[in-house]
Design a protein around this ligand. Sequence first.
Ligand code: TNX
Length: 539
Amino acid sequence: MIKSSFFKSTCILAMIIFFSACKQEKKKRVINFPKTDLAAENLIPKPLKTIPTQGGFALDEYTAIYTSSNATGFEAVGKFLSKKIKEKTDLDLQVNVDEIPNLETVIYINQSDSVALGNSEAYQLYITPDSVILNSNSAEGAFRGIQTIRQLIPETSNDTLATNKIWTIPTGKIIDEPQFEYRGAMLDVARHFFSVKDVKKFIDLLAYYKYNTLHLHLTDDQGWRIEIKSWPLLTTVGGSTEVGGEAGGFYTQEEYKDIVTYAAERHIVIVPEVDMPGHTNAASVSYPILNGNGKTPQLYEGTQVGKSTFDTRKDTVYTFIDDVVREISAITPGPYFHIGGDESHVTKKNDYIYFVEKVEKIVHKYNKRMIGWDEIGQANIDASSISHFWSNKDNAMKAVSKGMKVIMSPAKKAYLDMQYDSLSKHGLHWAAYIPTDTAYNWAPETYEGIPLKNILGLEAPLWSETISNIEELEYLAFPRAIGYAELSWTTEENRNWENYKKRLANQAPFLDRMNVKYYHSPLIDWKKSKYTFTEIEKD
Ligand code: TNX
């Protein structure tokens, strides 16, 4: 393996030298000195170590991409980078081709077993005037690394001085790896349904900031959004409406698989959530036998919580849950299954505990690791299960005492559906107002004394009571989701609001080019971009 990859690399190098020698007739390029260095930069999340050198790598039509070809997923990472460079610069960079007559500079994406790259998402980037070398021991790490390359490519070329268009990347070295293994966002597609296209756009944006998880809140009182073949009424009845009374909707299993694949291509894992035993009105309207609140369930288009519950003492309920967990697990390659478990205000405490313990066994039967909102810490569950801390510290601490890991989503700091301030167009404020600086200026590492060794990572949930389309989603999620990306990747000593603020301001051209309707927080001196609204619309 190692020998053959060494041989391949040597051949590629020989080819590069050979082709470089054959390009005399090409016009001389003039490389502008880069305006920024690696440290001043646009990079979010901030890398672990950045060592700038004085110089520039010329990205232009004579650049090619080579990847390890015998390591799983590397060529796909190279192709993804090429596609993104095309979208940004209109350059067509060839990937792993044998013949490039005028080859001048190379981006090499290389599998490396180096000990320094023990974390599968770690990568090292060496940028010199002739080459960009990205090393990682897995395609996942390489994928994180190419986001750094994307962010280093300037939005505009220096075509005024050059005979051909050149995008100058500052030279230097970056050594990087994430602090937390779980870096997630959540989208509530139950209160308002979001199309596959919307979810994919959200995934694209998350990938750019090195997120690795998207949690989909697939069911709630107002809607059931995932096809379950053995219980068809869940979607035809339970998916037929949403908050405010619009038509609702649901993902067929094929559509869900499409989302999962799209996310996997971006090294993002989908975490499916079926919220229970509360938040189950839509399921109980579809199949009243499941209902445990003693009332006749009816479709619900409001936004109150805590009124529904499954009948936790009925066998049929567990047969139902077995089918649901089985069908969803079969189309979910990721390791997690989220059972919800929040705000079951009309489930008796004993029934709640009995329920969570039984459902944990079902989740294990289908080889998934259970996640539940922090209330599940009250049950006697396994150390492998994960507490999703959103409001109750005592519950999270109970989980810690069982040796469980915790995902940090404290509503006061990390909820994307909280309003920025009292003037915000969308959002709620029951937990807090969360302006852009408040969202950034806290430390998940030490929040409420949850021990760092128990923290699996951070997740920013976006509940959708007040948003019903992608523009509204973007208004609440951006720019705050960019800050949460940094909180979960970058260590505390490496974070600083004043420095982050400048890097965030530099995201405007990217966000504009992606047609993201982000909240123009007055705290940020947003960089002007060349894109006008109509140009973006044409894309
Ligand atoms: C609380 S957070 C909820 C959700 C709401 C959200 C609104 C949690 C586990 N439950 O049902 O949508 O507040 O901010």
